[in-house]
Design a protein around this ligand. Structure first.
Ligand SMILES: Cc1cc2nc3c(=O)[nH]c(=O)nc-3n(C[C@H](O)[C@H](O)[C@H](O)COP(=O)(O)O)c2cc1C
Ligand SMILES: Nc1ncnc2c1ncn2[C@@H]1O[C@H](COP(=O)(O)OP(=O)(O)OP(=O)(O)O)[C@@H](O)[C@H]1O
Ligand SMILES: [Mg+2]
Length: 513
């Protein structure tokens, strides 16, 4: 069977893994449902074209593995004569329409044409013929894929059937790699710059494929397979909203209010059972606090949580609408305990989806170790992920909504990433007016100064007034911190004036004069 052979002979391990997973799902469906009760939803688009050939291969493998394990199943025109539904619409492109009919005839598909909308059409279909499962070419990144699994029952309010999505985890690039590896025919619109095809009213060629300097002044487009960033495959679907921007706008993500000189707050989340066991000293959070303070940010919370998806998600959930940025570190990578990114996805109510751009960086860094089965590190929260590039970083940093994920494991790695973040405009790590501090040391007892100090606090709500001491019996150091130097000085003066001369001396934070 030509598809199976082409895939076996391919040296694209990653695509082979996708292929074997997809054909496994297809074989499971054929094992679970009677052949006559399963349908394929085909519309001539690239995704359903890929699915058609996977169904042919999956059916071939199913037959080979169940009925005729030793039979000769290598017939290159092996077909899957399955029920195929096509919702034909007057607003479909004629090229799509004719490709659908031609392909159905080439591959002996039993075409059932439905001229109703999806929901009513499916209701009518299920009334006429028992249909338990329908194969769809839905892929992650499609607006309607959110929340779906490879087997997902139809939504509430829809007629009951199982949606089977064998290529749910396929990327745009996987689709074109498969089409090219197996040399299958596809609708001609994809050679004219269309990258995802809806109706004639809402679809134009993808502007990202436009050839700018066409000599004839007529717009020309490169073929769809040349689109390098698959996340933009729907850029030609004019009237439909991009789920990424929709989600980020409705959540207010990525939009840090333009506080002129005001307060921006950050929280820091360390993930690590070892820190909680007391086995590892975390040096990153402390360094981050210093760096944030130095650029005028307030740190509102520093937390350490367990290597558990729910613990990470809960902590982010609590902070994501309170703080302007959340810094997260620990639990990032391919190990079983590296659950931080899944926790971020859960906190934002999204799923992990392959990020092709990040995967490319991983490939450059660790080569074939991250291809095929081992691309888990390229699964990033869908619709909310931004990559923060910097020439000094071998891998871009990941920002999801307002959560910045640091991969640093010690203070010196952090310093490097911090400097890159400062230079990356998308990190939104803006420099604010600096803090001024004054520290007074005294041998007065806590009891002696507490009442006066409380009054100063009331008079200077804009100044942070804190106290610390190195030992119970040693001097007390009082810290005045704020953005207005004059107010800081005034607060310190108001306190010292209430006591005899020499009761306070100015020191640094450590208490050194
Ligand atoms: C066979 C079939 C089953 C569908 N089942 C559902 C469903 O259960 N729930 C739902 O919200 N939409 C369902 N839809 C609609 C799709 O989610 C989606 O709106 C449609 O494929 C159009 O996708 P597009 O916007 O990418 O063109 C179904 C569509 C088809 C063809
Ligand atoms: N008019 C239709 N008739 C039958 N099935 C459809 C129709 N429209 C969508 N589908 C099903 O929904 C799936 C997802 O649709 P979608 O438009 O995202 O993919 P596609 O049409 O295959 O490719 P493209 O994204 O390039 O348009 C299709 O693969 C197909 O299974
Ligand atoms: Mg389509």
């Amino acid at each position: 069977m030509e598809i199976d052979r082409a895939m076996r002979e391919s040296n694209d391990r990653r695509l082979q893994t996708k292929y074997s997973n997809a054909t496994y799902i297809i074989q499971r469906a054929f094992a679970l449902y009677e052949f006559e009760q399963v349908a394929f939803s085909f519309n001539g688009g690239k995704d359903s074209t890929v699915l058609l050939h996977l169904l042919r291969a999956g059916y071939f493998l199913y037959k080979k593995n169940t009925h005729h394990p030793n039979g000769n199943q290598t017939d290159s025109v092996f077909n899957c004569p399955m029920r195929t539904i096509y919702f034909e619409s007057p607003s479909a492109f004629p090229e799509i329409n004719s490709f659908t009919y031609e392909t159905a005839s080439t591959y002996d598909l039993q075409l059932e044409v439905i001229r109703l909308d999806f929901k009513s059409g499916l209701e009518a279909l299920l009334e006429q013929k028992p249909t338990k499962a329908i194969f769809l070419g839905t892929r992650i990144g499609d607006p309607n894929a959110v929340g779906q699994e490879q087997f997902s029952p139809s939504s509430i309010g829809w007629p009951p059937f199982m949606r089977v999505n064998p290529i749910l985890d396929w990327s745009y690039r996987d689709v074109w790699a498969f089409i090219s590896t197996c040399k299958v025919q596809y609708c001609s619109l994809y050679d004219k710059g269309y990258t995802s095809i809806g109706s004639i009213y809402d679809t134009v060629p993808n502007p990202l494929l436009c050839i700018a300097d066409s000599p004839s002044n007529i717009e020309k487009f490169k073929p769809a397979y040349l689109l390098s960033d698959g996340r933009l495959e729907r850029a030609g679907r004019a009237k439909k909203c991009n789920p990424v921007s929709e989600a980020s706008l409705s959540d207010g993500l990525n939009i840090v209010a333009p506080h002129q000189n005001g307060a921006l707050t950050a929280s820091i989340i360390a993930i690590g059972d070892e820190i909680l066991f007391g086995k590892v000293e975390d040096e990153i959070a402390g360094t981050l606090c210093k760096r944030l303070h130095a650029i005028g940010w307030h740190v509102s919370r520093k937390a350490v949580v367990r290597n558990e998806i729910d613990s990470v998600a809960d902590e982010i959930e609590n902070r994501k609408s309170v703080d302007d940025l959340i810094f997260l570190f620990g639990g990032v990578g391919p190990l079983h305990s590296d659950i931080s990114i899944a926790g971020v996805a859960k906190a934002f109510g999204t799923r992990l989806a392959p990020d092709e751009e990040f995967e490319e960086y991983l490939m450059c860094l660790i080569g074939s170790h991250c291809t095929g089965d081992r691309n888990e590190m390229a699964l990033l929260p869908e619709g909310i992920t931004e990559l923060l590039h910097h020439e000094m970083l071998p891998l871009p940093l990941i920002k999801c909504g307002n959560v910045v994920i640091l991969s640093a494991t010690n203070a010196s790695e952090l310093e490097k990433q911090w400097n890159c973040l400062l230079e990356s405009p998308n990190a939104q790590l803006v420099r604010l007016a600096p803090f001024f501090s004054k520290h007074l040391s005294t041998s007065l007892s806590d009891v002696e100064i507490s009442e006066t100090l409380s009054r100063v606090c009331l008079n200077f709500p804009d100044i942070n007034i804190g106290c610390h001491r190195k030992a119970r019996t040693g001097p007390l150091i009082i810290n005045f911190t704020g953005k207005d130097q004059t107010r800081v000085e005034l607060a310190a003066k108001e306190l010292s004036q209430k006591y005899h001369e020499g009761a306070f001396s100015e020191v640094d934070f450590e208490g050194v004069p």
